[in-house]
Design a protein around this ligand. Sequence first.
Ligand SMILES: [Ca+2]
Ligand SMILES: [Ca+2]
Length: 258
Amino acid sequence: MVRFFVFISTLIVLTGTLHAQVPIPPVPPTGPPILLELGNIQYNPSTGDGTVSMMLTSEVPIAGFQFDLVFDPAAVLLVSATGGLAEDFGYDVGVGPTSGTVLGFSFTLVEIPPTSVPDVLTIVAFNCSACPNGPPELCIENAIFSDVGALSIPADLGPCATASALPLFLRGDCNTDGSPNVADAIFLLAILFSGGTAAGCVDGCDSNDDGSMNIADAVHFLAFLFAGGAPPAPPGVQNCGLDPTADSLDCLTPGPCS
Ligand SMILES: [Ca+2]
Ligand SMILES: [Ca+2]
């Protein structure tokens, strides 16, 4: 009997030891496979026009989406939704001007592939001519994503945000020193081809205002400086002004115009 108790006691101690030596690996947290967030939000207080980039992160392909943008004040109207992945993949995207609903789908069931880093799903344009107290606040609500089998995919939603007033800048002043000249072309070429310092005001580098900063902007700007070419797109090189074109470029540090 004594042996039996010794055996049982030893077994308990060993079992305890074994448990202590084999830690249970932590279970990684699993969340919804989709995250929809507000990205760059721009607002022109003089016209009431604004844009918001809707940013998508997804572990799965999607075949359709719908969400509401809820504004404070509620007088904001949706104007359009263009660009981004939805346009790249040929989606039909519509907005409800007063409902705040944005709806995107493909008639041919083309899937938008997964994206592990936030990518622009679509850029929603809005207008608030009745926003006397400055830029509106906006939130995402009621997001629904669908796969090709018409099954809904769970999604997390990013936080609400307040639109920021559009910055004033000089088109062509890529290095934001307040003086558009050949140094700006060199600055841009260094960014594009030799790992130069990132531009603080990408809109200023987008000389032709096509919504993309590339070699065409350097050519456009150099042609203006030295070959009688067309001047940089509005607001131009003379006076600080707003970007009249909705695009995904930003101007975080507009330099002397700020
Ligand atoms: Ca400059
Ligand atoms: Ca450009």
